[in-house]
Design a protein around this ligand. Sequence first.
Ligand SMILES: [Ca+2]
Ligand SMILES: [Ca+2]
Ligand SMILES: [Ca+2]
Length: 290
Amino acid sequence: MVVLRQRDERGAVVTKSGPAGGGVVCVIDVPGSAGCAGESSIRRTWTAVDTCGNRVSYTQTITVRDTTPPTIACPAPATVQCASQVPAPAPGSVAAADTCPGGVTVAHVGDALVNQTCPNRFTVQRTYRATDACGNSATCMQLITVNDTTPPVVQPSASDSHCLWPPNHGWVCYTRANFHHVVTDNCPPPPTWKFAGCASNQSENDIGDGNTGPDCLVSPDSSQFCVRAERQGTDLAGRTYTVTVEAVDACGNTSQAAVAAIHVPHDQREHPECLKTTQAGRRPNQGLPW
Ligand SMILES: [Ca+2]
Ligand SMILES: [Ca+2]
Ligand SMILES: [Ca+2]
């Protein structure tokens, strides 16, 4: 009979019997040093003894080494409107695991901004790294898209109501200082705005309006506009110019809105407030300022 004795990793001797006719085989395992949680070595000594007591030994070295990187899965892609809304790195949101004991650590490697076309339109390439107890590592990348698609909002001011008198066909001009509407956007930086139009609700040339035209002109740089102090002669409601502005955010999203009305009454007596209103900009009969 052949008897196999083997010592396990805890030092306990395990004995097994084999078929007759051989010697005795003894196997002893001696744990070696461990470099990390997933790494170890075993010195395994095999000893055979025949029926006459002759013995021979062989030592085998078994190395256990973790060379397999951990698995890693980044958070799902995300989309936000503003650069200020990009979430902070969150290593805890990364899923990582390893086949060997010792745990896995996850770290934020860095963010790369690519394909930026304006302050709130670009892609963040966010990289995380998972490292196991033996230094094997793997990385993943989360894409965060920043894309401002929301146009600014224009809030008219109730105080921006203007009146013109006398209706002598002269130009009266207005600048930004004459209007107090508020323009906001969902993302910083603050949006800008310019004058887009000052359309009249009456025909340029009609009965009793002096046969002048055009009656509304926006300056080439859109920073001011001028309207004629005139109205149609038979329309008792008078003329109304509707002032329109265009707001634009840092990524080119635009919105237009009517912010105020400029009224030219048919009869001054029906609109005494016109006498009290300080007319903006130039007085009638002066030329265009540009
Ligand atoms: Ca590993
Ligand atoms: Ca916007
Ligand atoms: Ca006219």
